[in-house]
Design a protein around this ligand. Sequence first.
Ligand SMILES: [Mg+2]
Length: 362
Amino acid sequence: MTTITSATAQLIDVAVETVRTDAKQRFVKQETIVVDLVASDGLTGTGYAYTIGTGGHSVLALLRHSLLPVLVGRDSRDIEALWRLAYDSTRATAVGAITSLALAAIDTALWDLRCLRAGLPLWRAAGGARREVPLYDTEHGWLQLSTEELVAGARAAQGRGWGGTKIKIGRPDIADDVERLRAVREAAGPAFAIMVDANQAFTGAEAVRRAAAFAPLDLFWFEEPLPADDVAGHERLAATTSIPVAVGESIYSIGQFAEYLRRGAASIVQPDVARIGGITPWLKVAHLAEACNVEVCPHFLMELHVSLVAAVPNGRFVEHIPQLRAITRDEMTIADGCAIAPGTPGLGIAWDRDAMEDRRVA
Ligand SMILES: [Mg+2]
């Protein structure tokens, strides 16, 4: 039997390892929402989602009051049906960030159960395209860092054999952004990807202006140039610049990804498995992008995304930002500049239950 007999959730606070500042926000604490689903065959699936500091208690309350109770007594193998059941039970509060995060914590737990039961690692159960995926660094590109620190970070990533580095942009003076990027490009040379990320800071006109100023620097992508709901602005930008436009971390539904792709407003998609509602919708976005000849480079959650990028044929890069080090017992494996998807059955995340209990807040 595979019936869900128990569904519980908890909230854990994890201090971030590095001060992370971009054009719009400061990320100083990670709220981690963890769901445990126990099935009648004795297996426990564990899933999770996160916030960058606010709203975690709301996600937890939605799970405990509305979503987890509907799962008990259901067959854990029916992931599509359970995702839809949970979604429909909260229809008037979806699509939205809080609901998507709650759905993701459930969905990833269900996938953990599925993979444990099948004896398969996630990367293989979800598609099995290849086990090794290229890495790029984000942890040394924050907006508060000096140009010297950006250059040192890029050289360090290059020295480890990683494929690129991401630099936050959105300094008030455009010349400041250009000078910082030029210094990194000159230090790294031509065969190294430099991504830039504005975190939705610009108007449409300003994004076009900045993209023109950046064009000689051979950037790999221009991430979140505009507010995520300005699809027309992204469409205009993509039509006017040679720099690929990357979006996805602030998109909470597969339909909105479809809209971006239909309109040619995204050259690279960056679904975040927590914000899109779990592995089930994440894979749909990746496959939709493949059908549109677009690559997928997910946002954050490297410990889980390594397996998902490895699962799909159009996965391109995993973003290196350690997220779970404080509450897990092992590290993501890296070899020859690539992240290696875990080979153990399940999601491949070795939770440290004692460390989790120490940091539990609700
Ligand atoms: Mg970003």
